[in-house]
Structures are given as C-alpha cells and as structure tokens.
Write a protein of this length. Sequence first.
Length: 423
Amino acid sequence: MQNMFKTALLLGCSAFIALPAFAETTISFRYNDPDPEVIEAAIDAFEAENPDINVELERISWGDSRTQFLREAAVGTGPDIVHIAFVWPLEMGSAGALLPLNDLIEKNGAGSGFDNFIATDLARDADGNIFALPWTADTWTLVYMPSVLEEAGVDVPKTWDDLQAASRAVTEKTGKVGFGFPAGGGATNTPWFLLNYHLWSNGHALVEEDGNGGFQVGVDVASLADSFKFFADFMGEGGNPQSNIALGGLADIGSLAPMIEGDQAFALVPPNVAKAMIAAYQEKSGSSDVPFASTSLPTGSVGGVSHMGGRMLGINANSEHADESYKFIQFLISTEFFSDFLTAQFPASKSALAALEYPAGLEGYGMQLPNARTWGAYANGKTPIGTMWSETGREFGAILVGDKTPEEAAQSLIDTINDMLNG
C-alpha cells in the first residue's frame, strides 16, 4: 500500500511538472491588406518567441473595416488589435473605440520614440491622447515605361500639363495607353487621390484650417471644376481608355495589366502596387529586369504634392489583453519585421525612411516622400474622409457619364463639405 501511495504521488507530481509554466493568452489581430500570408509567417515567428501569447489573424476588406470596427466597439466586441488607415485614429478615439496608448508607451517604449514616427498629428489628439502607432508609410508617385515614352518620342513629364500632353501623344502615336487610371468610385477610389494631388499642387484643398480654430472649404467652384475637368479630359483620346470607368481601383487587375504588358506609358500608384507590377512583369517574362522607372509627382503652381499615406495599429478599448496586444504591436513596428516579413511596405518611422535605399523602379518614392503631406485638416472630426472620398468618386462619375458638368459637380461637392462642417 505504501509503495502504491508513493507511485501515485510520483505520478501526480510528474503530471503537475508536465503542465506549462505559463497560461496562454489569445489575442486577435484584424488585418486588411491582401497579403495575409506575410502576417501569418510573422505571427509564427512572434509566437515562437512568445509561447505564452497566441495570435489569431482576422481578415476584412478595407471597404468594410472602418464601419465594422466602429459598430463592434460600440457594443463591446471586436478584435484586440486593428489595422487602420492614417486618418481613422482620431475619429475612432473620440468615439471611444480605441484605447489611449500613452501608459503602454511610457511603460514599454515605442520603437525609437513616438516622435520618430511620421504623421503623429493623426494619431494624437489635442489633449495628448495617443490612439495608434504609425506602422507603414507610403505615398503615390509617377511610374512610367521608358520604352513606351521612347516609342512615342515624349519626355518624362515635369508638370501636370506635361503629363496630359504626353498621355495624349502616346495614344495618338502608338495606340497604347497614355496615363491610365481606374476611373470608377470603388473602395480604393483612385479619382479621390488624383483630385487632391492636383488641388494641393495648385495651392488648394477641399478642407483647410480657417485661422480661428475651425475649418473651412479651401477651394472655390471654378478651381475644383478645373481639377475635375483635368482628369475627365484623359478619358478616351486623352490616353485613358473609356473602359477604365468600370474599374473601381488599383486592386482591379485590369488597371495594372497594360503596364505589365508594356502597353501603357504612365501610372500613379503607391509602392506596393509598383512592386507588384515589377514582380508580375518578371514572372511573366522570366527575366530579372525592371522595365519601369519612377519619378516625383508632376508639379502645379506650388509644386507636386501627394499625401503621406500609410497604416496605423490601434488597440480596441474593449480589449482585456492590452499588454499582450501592445507586445505584438512592438514586434510589428520593429526593424526586423520589415526586413524579414513586410518587405513590400515602407516603415512609418523617420529614421528608417531616411536610411532606405530605393531599388530600381522605385527611386521616385524617395524623391516624392519629402513632398508628401498628411491629410491634416481633413481629419477634423466633422468631415469624415470616408464620406468625402465617396462623394468625390460619385461626382467624378457623374461627370464621366454626362449627368453633371464639372461646375455642377464641384458645386455639389463643396455644398456637401460645407454641410458637414456646419452640421
């Protein structure tokens, strides 16, 4: 009996010793970009280093992500960590959906320091609450096919007017696409970006500070109509096929195919799209050659101004695992993460961007980033960018199908923004 007791005791001790010395915590990360395999590999590496934390990856489209998270957070649900656009943190923070990160940053740090990130004005409110950490950075710039320009006998455009003339010349002389862009108002809504770049490059903006602590429309009807008309004139003989009206954004493969096939001269795209075009061309051709080059944005009266875009990472205000979630965020913002996993994106830190060496075909991004601006006054809480984005696409579409003149569309968009500002 005594031996049996000893055996049972030893077995019990062995069973106790076999249990893990930690309790596993599960957190969820909702990721919106179309390369989940990259994040899955990163999660495997993080979990190997942190066996007490299990990360569940959730997927959603960018078109649904903002409203879905706000809806969930309002009723106490949703993922622990959210992948959000640069212009969403202040809106989501003021709605109570995001956890202020100040205490976590003070306790654990944030990369090389919070002020080393770009676009901090879009993450920190007037009271000093930090609702997200900038994660990836990008802007759009002009990518072109030198062989098509040579065939058409045109130079790399310096100004917006140069781009319009070169686009038309390419189509007239070669039958190829000049400046091709998706003209539909879909989830990625290319006209929204093009219109703002043209406005900013000519000293205007849809929204600006009024000098008295408020905000106002920063463009008149005539100037906004000119920008609408400028891009509408590319359709057809201007170098952008009429069929591109059916394309909702750069996620549509039809908008990229002519560049990959060598049948298009110019495209305005973010770096992940440029990298995808290069990879697709190399796979198709079986060559390591890079057929594209890039340069800075065409200039207007005050330069060539694009947006400083990118993504941020925030923690759900309802999360029960803020410490574990922040530990995973620290991993995602690390230099190693960008060198080993998310190589298609640029890190959103000033020091990392300054140290980047831009490979062939992407040199234009290094030229353009110093001339990029944040959305700034657009993220004022009264004029949701998602709403202005949709309205801009809708008004541009109305011009293309002949339902409105550029002047009518401009007046309608300005009225909509004024209603939001004064509402």
